[in-house]
Design a binder for this molecule. Structure first.
Ligand SMILES: NC(=O)c1ccc[n+]([C@@H]2O[C@H](COP(=O)([O-])OP(=O)(O)OC[C@H]3O[C@@H](n4cnc5c(N)ncnc54)[C@H](OP(=O)(O)O)[C@@H]3O)[C@@H](O)[C@H]2O)c1
Length: 238
Protein backbone atom coordinates (compact mmCIF):
# COMPACT_ATOMS: atom_id res chain seq x y z
CA UNK A 1 0.00 0.00 0.00
CA UNK A 2 1.37 3.44 -0.81
CA UNK A 3 0.66 6.65 1.10
CA UNK A 4 0.47 10.13 -0.33
CA UNK A 5 2.98 11.34 2.26
CA UNK A 6 4.66 8.30 3.74
CA UNK A 7 6.16 8.81 7.19
CA UNK A 8 9.81 8.01 7.73
CA UNK A 9 9.76 5.27 10.35
CA UNK A 10 13.06 4.09 11.84
CA UNK A 11 13.17 0.82 13.77
CA UNK A 12 16.40 0.10 15.64
CA UNK A 13 17.24 -3.60 15.74
CA UNK A 14 14.67 -4.12 13.03
CA UNK A 15 16.41 -7.00 11.29
CA UNK A 16 14.78 -9.72 13.40
CA UNK A 17 12.39 -10.50 16.21
CA UNK A 18 9.99 -7.84 17.48
CA UNK A 19 11.72 -5.08 15.51
CA UNK A 20 11.26 -6.91 12.22
CA UNK A 21 7.56 -7.51 12.91
CA UNK A 22 7.15 -3.80 13.70
CA UNK A 23 9.00 -2.80 10.52
CA UNK A 24 6.90 -5.09 8.32
CA UNK A 25 3.72 -3.83 9.89
CA UNK A 26 4.51 -0.16 9.17
CA UNK A 27 5.76 -1.03 5.67
CA UNK A 28 2.49 -2.81 4.87
CA UNK A 29 0.71 0.47 5.65
CA UNK A 30 2.79 2.36 3.08
CA UNK A 31 5.24 4.05 5.45
CA UNK A 32 8.87 4.48 4.44
CA UNK A 33 10.51 2.10 6.87
CA UNK A 34 14.19 1.91 7.64
CA UNK A 35 15.57 -0.79 9.91
CA UNK A 36 18.93 -0.80 11.57
CA UNK A 37 20.98 -3.96 11.66
CA UNK A 38 24.13 -4.36 13.71
CA UNK A 39 25.30 -7.61 12.14
CA UNK A 40 24.46 -9.22 8.80
CA UNK A 41 22.36 -7.33 6.27
CA UNK A 42 18.94 -5.73 6.03
CA UNK A 43 16.04 -8.18 5.72
CA UNK A 44 14.64 -8.75 2.23
CA UNK A 45 12.36 -5.98 1.00
CA UNK A 46 13.28 -3.46 3.71
CA UNK A 47 15.66 -0.50 3.60
CA UNK A 48 18.50 -1.02 6.05
CA UNK A 49 21.21 1.01 7.68
CA UNK A 50 24.10 -0.45 9.65
CA UNK A 51 24.14 0.86 13.22
CA UNK A 52 25.52 -0.20 16.57
CA UNK A 53 23.69 1.71 19.29
CA UNK A 54 26.65 1.34 21.65
CA UNK A 55 28.69 3.66 19.41
CA UNK A 56 27.80 7.35 19.24
CA UNK A 57 29.71 7.61 15.96
CA UNK A 58 27.72 4.75 14.44
CA UNK A 59 24.43 6.31 15.56
CA UNK A 60 25.47 9.70 14.16
CA UNK A 61 26.45 8.10 10.83
CA UNK A 62 23.21 6.11 10.57
CA UNK A 63 21.00 9.16 11.19
CA UNK A 64 23.06 11.24 8.74
CA UNK A 65 22.57 8.53 6.10
CA UNK A 66 18.83 8.31 6.74
CA UNK A 67 18.35 12.08 6.68
CA UNK A 68 20.34 12.57 3.48
CA UNK A 69 18.57 9.73 1.64
CA UNK A 70 15.03 9.75 2.99
CA UNK A 71 14.55 12.87 5.13
CA UNK A 72 14.27 13.16 8.88
CA UNK A 73 12.66 10.49 11.03
CA UNK A 74 8.97 11.00 11.88
CA UNK A 75 8.58 7.90 14.03
CA UNK A 76 11.41 6.29 16.00
CA UNK A 77 11.00 2.83 17.48
CA UNK A 78 13.91 2.31 19.90
CA UNK A 79 13.81 -1.46 19.99
CA UNK A 80 17.43 -2.71 19.94
CA UNK A 81 18.16 -4.65 23.10
CA UNK A 82 20.13 -7.47 24.65
CA UNK A 83 20.10 -9.65 27.76
CA UNK A 84 23.07 -10.88 29.81
CA UNK A 85 21.28 -12.77 32.55
CA UNK A 86 22.86 -13.92 35.78
CA UNK A 87 22.40 -13.70 39.51
CA UNK A 88 23.68 -10.39 40.86
CA UNK A 89 26.34 -11.98 43.09
CA UNK A 90 27.94 -13.57 40.07
CA UNK A 91 27.28 -10.90 37.47
CA UNK A 92 30.46 -9.45 35.98
CA UNK A 93 30.41 -5.66 35.89
CA UNK A 94 30.79 -5.85 32.11
CA UNK A 95 27.49 -7.77 31.81
CA UNK A 96 25.80 -5.00 33.76
CA UNK A 97 27.34 -2.14 31.82
CA UNK A 98 26.96 -3.82 28.38
CA UNK A 99 23.21 -4.12 28.89
CA UNK A 100 22.93 -0.52 30.14
CA UNK A 101 25.01 0.69 27.21
CA UNK A 102 22.80 -1.08 24.63
CA UNK A 103 19.29 -0.95 26.08
CA UNK A 104 19.32 2.41 27.85
CA UNK A 105 22.18 4.59 26.60
CA UNK A 106 21.66 3.21 23.08
CA UNK A 107 17.97 4.17 23.22
CA UNK A 108 18.94 7.65 24.48
CA UNK A 109 21.47 8.11 21.65
CA UNK A 110 18.84 7.10 19.09
CA UNK A 111 16.13 9.32 20.60
CA UNK A 112 18.47 12.30 20.88
CA UNK A 113 19.30 12.14 17.18
CA UNK A 114 15.67 11.65 16.16
CA UNK A 115 14.30 14.46 18.34
CA UNK A 116 16.34 17.32 16.91
CA UNK A 117 14.50 17.54 13.54
CA UNK A 118 11.20 16.63 15.23
CA UNK A 119 11.53 19.76 17.36
CA UNK A 120 11.86 21.85 14.20
CA UNK A 121 8.87 20.10 12.59
CA UNK A 122 6.93 20.36 15.85
CA UNK A 123 5.77 16.77 15.55
CA UNK A 124 7.10 13.28 16.08
CA UNK A 125 6.58 9.96 17.82
CA UNK A 126 9.19 8.16 19.89
CA UNK A 127 8.35 4.68 21.11
CA UNK A 128 10.65 2.75 23.42
CA UNK A 129 10.39 -1.01 23.70
CA UNK A 130 10.53 -1.67 27.42
CA UNK A 131 9.50 -4.82 29.25
CA UNK A 132 7.13 -6.05 31.94
CA UNK A 133 10.35 -6.80 33.82
CA UNK A 134 11.02 -3.07 34.19
CA UNK A 135 8.07 -2.87 36.58
CA UNK A 136 8.00 -6.34 38.16
CA UNK A 137 11.71 -7.07 38.39
CA UNK A 138 13.01 -10.51 37.50
CA UNK A 139 15.51 -12.67 39.37
CA UNK A 140 18.68 -12.99 37.32
CA UNK A 141 18.00 -9.83 35.34
CA UNK A 142 19.15 -6.94 37.57
CA UNK A 143 20.92 -5.38 34.58
CA UNK A 144 18.06 -5.84 32.11
CA UNK A 145 15.34 -4.77 34.57
CA UNK A 146 17.32 -1.63 35.42
CA UNK A 147 17.43 -0.65 31.75
CA UNK A 148 13.74 -1.25 31.21
CA UNK A 149 12.78 0.78 34.32
CA UNK A 150 15.24 3.40 33.16
CA UNK A 151 13.45 3.72 29.83
CA UNK A 152 10.26 4.67 31.68
CA UNK A 153 11.90 7.52 33.58
CA UNK A 154 13.74 8.66 30.49
CA UNK A 155 10.64 8.57 28.31
CA UNK A 156 8.65 10.56 30.87
CA UNK A 157 11.41 13.16 31.22
CA UNK A 158 11.48 13.57 27.44
CA UNK A 159 7.67 13.73 27.33
CA UNK A 160 7.85 16.71 29.69
CA UNK A 161 10.74 18.35 27.83
CA UNK A 162 9.24 18.13 24.35
CA UNK A 163 5.48 17.85 24.79
CA UNK A 164 5.12 21.50 23.86
CA UNK A 165 6.82 20.68 20.54
CA UNK A 166 4.20 18.13 19.59
CA UNK A 167 6.41 15.09 20.20
CA UNK A 168 5.07 12.11 22.16
CA UNK A 169 7.20 9.57 24.03
CA UNK A 170 5.80 6.25 25.18
CA UNK A 171 7.01 2.88 26.38
CA UNK A 172 5.52 -0.38 25.18
CA UNK A 173 6.08 -3.05 27.82
CA UNK A 174 5.90 -6.55 26.34
CA UNK A 175 5.70 -9.67 28.43
CA UNK A 176 7.22 -12.85 27.00
CA UNK A 177 7.42 -12.77 23.22
CA UNK A 178 8.43 -15.65 20.95
CA UNK A 179 11.78 -14.47 19.52
CA UNK A 180 15.47 -15.44 19.59
CA UNK A 181 15.69 -13.67 22.96
CA UNK A 182 13.35 -16.16 24.62
CA UNK A 183 14.15 -19.19 22.44
CA UNK A 184 16.78 -20.50 24.85
CA UNK A 185 14.57 -20.46 27.96
CA UNK A 186 14.74 -23.82 29.72
CA UNK A 187 11.43 -25.72 29.55
CA UNK A 188 10.81 -25.70 33.35
CA UNK A 189 11.32 -21.91 33.43
CA UNK A 190 9.03 -21.50 30.43
CA UNK A 191 6.33 -23.49 32.20
CA UNK A 192 6.81 -21.45 35.38
CA UNK A 193 6.38 -18.17 33.48
CA UNK A 194 3.34 -19.57 31.70
CA UNK A 195 1.56 -20.00 35.04
CA UNK A 196 2.00 -16.24 35.64
CA UNK A 197 0.36 -15.24 32.34
CA UNK A 198 -3.44 -15.08 32.58
CA UNK A 199 -3.78 -15.52 28.81
CA UNK A 200 -1.74 -18.74 29.13
CA UNK A 201 0.58 -18.22 26.18
CA UNK A 202 3.54 -16.16 25.04
CA UNK A 203 3.00 -13.15 22.77
CA UNK A 204 3.72 -13.05 19.04
CA UNK A 205 5.93 -10.24 17.67
CA UNK A 206 2.97 -9.19 15.53
CA UNK A 207 0.87 -8.52 18.64
CA UNK A 208 3.54 -6.08 19.83
CA UNK A 209 3.70 -4.49 16.38
CA UNK A 210 -0.06 -3.86 16.36
CA UNK A 211 0.14 -1.79 19.56
CA UNK A 212 3.26 0.08 18.43
CA UNK A 213 1.45 1.01 15.23
CA UNK A 214 -1.52 2.31 17.19
CA UNK A 215 0.73 4.47 19.41
CA UNK A 216 2.26 5.95 16.24
CA UNK A 217 -1.16 6.57 14.67
CA UNK A 218 -3.25 9.78 14.68
CA UNK A 219 -5.64 8.05 17.08
CA UNK A 220 -2.95 8.12 19.78
CA UNK A 221 -2.12 11.81 19.44
CA UNK A 222 -2.98 12.58 23.08
CA UNK A 223 -1.00 9.69 24.63
CA UNK A 224 2.41 10.60 26.01
CA UNK A 225 4.52 9.50 28.97
CA UNK A 226 2.53 6.27 29.08
CA UNK A 227 3.66 2.73 29.71
CA UNK A 228 1.50 0.38 27.69
CA UNK A 229 1.62 -3.26 28.71
CA UNK A 230 1.30 -5.98 26.07
CA UNK A 231 1.88 -8.90 28.39
CA UNK A 232 -1.16 -11.16 28.48
CA UNK A 233 -1.95 -9.79 31.95
CA UNK A 234 1.36 -10.88 33.48
CA UNK A 235 2.20 -7.49 34.97
CA UNK A 236 -1.25 -6.57 36.27
CA UNK A 237 -0.99 -4.29 39.29
CA UNK A 238 2.59 -3.24 38.60
N1 LIG B 1 11.38 -11.30 23.42
C1 LIG B 1 10.81 -10.93 24.53
O1 LIG B 1 10.19 -11.72 25.24
C2 LIG B 1 10.85 -9.48 24.96
C3 LIG B 1 10.07 -9.13 26.06
C4 LIG B 1 10.07 -7.81 26.48
C5 LIG B 1 10.84 -6.89 25.83
N2 LIG B 1 11.61 -7.26 24.77
C6 LIG B 1 12.41 -6.23 24.14
O2 LIG B 1 12.11 -6.13 22.77
C7 LIG B 1 13.24 -5.70 22.04
C8 LIG B 1 13.50 -6.66 20.90
O3 LIG B 1 13.68 -7.95 21.45
P1 LIG B 1 13.65 -9.29 20.58
O4 LIG B 1 13.04 -10.32 21.43
O5 LIG B 1 13.13 -9.02 19.23
O6 LIG B 1 15.22 -9.59 20.55
P2 LIG B 1 16.14 -10.27 19.45
O7 LIG B 1 15.36 -11.17 18.58
O8 LIG B 1 17.28 -10.80 20.25
O9 LIG B 1 16.61 -9.00 18.58
C9 LIG B 1 17.37 -7.99 19.18
C10 LIG B 1 17.63 -6.91 18.16
O10 LIG B 1 18.43 -5.88 18.77
C11 LIG B 1 19.56 -5.65 17.95
N3 LIG B 1 20.72 -5.21 18.73
C12 LIG B 1 21.27 -5.79 19.81
N4 LIG B 1 22.35 -5.10 20.21
C13 LIG B 1 22.46 -4.05 19.37
C14 LIG B 1 23.38 -2.98 19.26
N5 LIG B 1 24.43 -2.83 20.09
N6 LIG B 1 23.20 -2.07 18.27
C15 LIG B 1 22.16 -2.18 17.40
N7 LIG B 1 21.27 -3.20 17.45
C16 LIG B 1 21.43 -4.12 18.43
C17 LIG B 1 19.83 -6.99 17.29
O11 LIG B 1 20.67 -6.81 16.16
P3 LIG B 1 21.58 -8.03 15.62
O12 LIG B 1 20.68 -8.95 14.87
O13 LIG B 1 22.55 -7.37 14.74
O14 LIG B 1 22.19 -8.68 16.82
C18 LIG B 1 18.43 -7.43 16.96
O15 LIG B 1 17.97 -6.79 15.81
C19 LIG B 1 14.38 -5.62 23.05
O16 LIG B 1 14.54 -4.29 23.50
C20 LIG B 1 13.90 -6.49 24.18
O17 LIG B 1 14.47 -6.13 25.41
C21 LIG B 1 11.63 -8.53 24.32
Amino acid sequence: MSKETPRVVFVTGGNRGIGLAIAKSFASDGDLVIVSYRTGTAPDGLVGVQMDVTSQESVNDAFAEIESRYGSVDVLIANAGITRDGLAMRMPESDFSDVIETNLTGAFRSAQKAISPMIKKRSGRVIFIGSVVGMMGSAGQANYAATKSGLIGMSRALAREYGSRGITFNVIAPGFVETDMTADLAEPLREKYMTQIPLGRFCTPEEIAAVVKFVASPGASYITGAVIPVDGGMGMGH
